[in-house]
Design a binder for this molecule. Structure first.
Ligand SMILES: Cc1cc2nc3c(=O)[nH]c(=O)nc-3n(C[C@H](O)[C@H](O)[C@H](O)COP(=O)(O)O)c2cc1C
Length: 387
């Protein structure tokens, strides 16, 4: 990425269009984008995406934690040529950004995950596809992508998911370990709303040969029975650290554990031979009152050292947030809710605008801070606001 491409081109294009009376099709500011999505989505669906667990304390704290760190820009450096790319497992990323796995995108837009994958491919940002995807993992193609596993109770189903992900060309496996069951999400309870019961987010299950073989009738003929079976097998409350050996033995993909907040759990992930971890509060949707993800990051990075990459999500909204998370030791970040707001208001185009603008914001904020590569980000560029 150089100043002559991406962010420069985006800005030039926007200002040129402005002379013709044209402004960007969707709100530029992420909060305005969310407000527009709120107007357009049914209230229960907006709340499903927007809200967190309990009193939304962690959801708010995740954002506040970013405010405690301030960037100290440096001046008088040559910033002509910029390259923010990183290598991560088998992938070359043009910037240290991936799309977080988000369930039930088919509820938000008819094209759901397929539209997101197209936008991700156009911009060059890998996507992590949720287990709870409207489309099957085979239908979501044409972009570098990882598969996120909610680890089923039935080993045969797990094996099937792992094999399908490899066969379909996914390049890493993200195993979400913070969601053995769903958090106490007051909005969803108030609306009595669970998208899966309305046939959303079940593409991977309905298309799975092992699940289909276990049903007396095809899901198309008896959706209720299929749903009951899916609910019976889709999660397991008993899994413990040593059980990860089963996944290790059944996939050749790098395994990344998502949802780590304690340094000892990070050390355990290393001990179990995992390939990476994601520090995350699941967007404040699991444990209300838990530590903010950004506050959890530095001690985890210290505990892990250079033994595996530490990724980060929960609260990324702007380029500055990406800089802060990387400076505190994350190798890359995952973008969550913002791209869903883009999907809600503009489908593939909406997601593309969100991603292009985020990349441009990151590039320009880096340049204005005197930084030309992601590798230059370290704790020295930050100061705590309360110090
Ligand atoms: C509506 C919604 C659905 C989600 N579904 C999943 C999922 O299926 N699997 C998963 O690992 N994480 C899921 N997450 C968590 C995200 O991957 C990510 O951790 C979170 O969105 C980060 O918080 P942020 O969006 O506030 O930045 C979901 C989050 C939201 C908002």
């Amino acid at each position: 990425m150089t100043s002559g491409s991406n962010s420069g081109d985006i800005c030039n294009g926007i200002f040129r269009d402005g002379l013709l009376g044209k402004t960007p099709p969707y709100p530029t500011n992420i909060h305005d984008l969310e407000a527009l999505a709120k107007e357009q989505l049914p209230p229960e669906l907006y709340a499903y995406v927007a809200d967190g667990a309990g009193n939304n304390t962690t959801l708010r704290d995740d954002r506040r934690a970013f405010g405690r760190w301030k960037i100290i820009p440096r001046m008088m450096r040559d910033i002509t040529t910029r390259d923010h790319s990183i290598e991560l497992f088998n992938d070359h990323l043009k910037a240290p950004i991936l799309l977080a796995p988000i369930a039930c995108q088919d509820a938000v837009h008819p094209e759901g995950e397929v539209a997101v994958a197209r936008a991700a491919a156009a911009v060059g940002v890998p996507m992590v596809l949720s287990t709870v995807s409207g489309k099957s993992m085979e239908e979501v193609g044409d972009t570098p992508r990882w598969f996120q596993l909610y680890w089923p109770k039935d080993n045969a189903v797990t094996k099937s998911f792992l094999q399908r992900a490899e066969d379909a060309g996914y390049s890493a496996l993200v195993v979400t370990i913070d969601t053995k069951s769903t958090g106490w999400r007051e909005s969803d309870i108030a609306h009595a709303y669970l998208p899966h019961l309305r046939q959303k987010g079940i593409g991977n299950f309905l298309s799975d040969p092992v699940i289909r073989a276990a049903l007396d009738e095809a899901p198309e003929d008896n959706f209720r029975a299929a749903c009951a079976h899916i609910f019976a097998v889709h999660r397991d409350l008993t899994q413990e650290w040593d059980d990860l050996a089963f996944l290790r033995d059944n996939t050749n993909l790098p395994i990344v554990l998502k949802g780590i907040l304690h340094p000892d759990d990070a050390r355990e992930a290393v001990a179990q031979g995992m390939d990476g971890i994601i520090v995350s509060t699941h967007g404040g949707r699991q444990v209300d009152g838990s530590i903010a993800a950004l506050d959890a990051l530095p001690p985890i990075v210290e505990a892990v050292g250079d033994k595996m990459p530490v990724l980060f999500d929960s609260g990324i909204r702007h380029g500055a947030d990406i800089m802060k998370a990387i400076a505190l030791g994350a190798r890359a970040v995952l973008l969550g809710r913002p791209y869903i707001w883009g999907l809600a208001v503009g489908g593939e185009d909406g997601v593309r605008q969100v991603l292009e603008f985020l990349l441009a914001d990151y590039d320009i904020n880096m340049a204005q801070s005197g930084l030309t590569t992601t590798a230059q980000l370290g704790p020295d560029i930050l100061r705590r606001a309360d110090e």
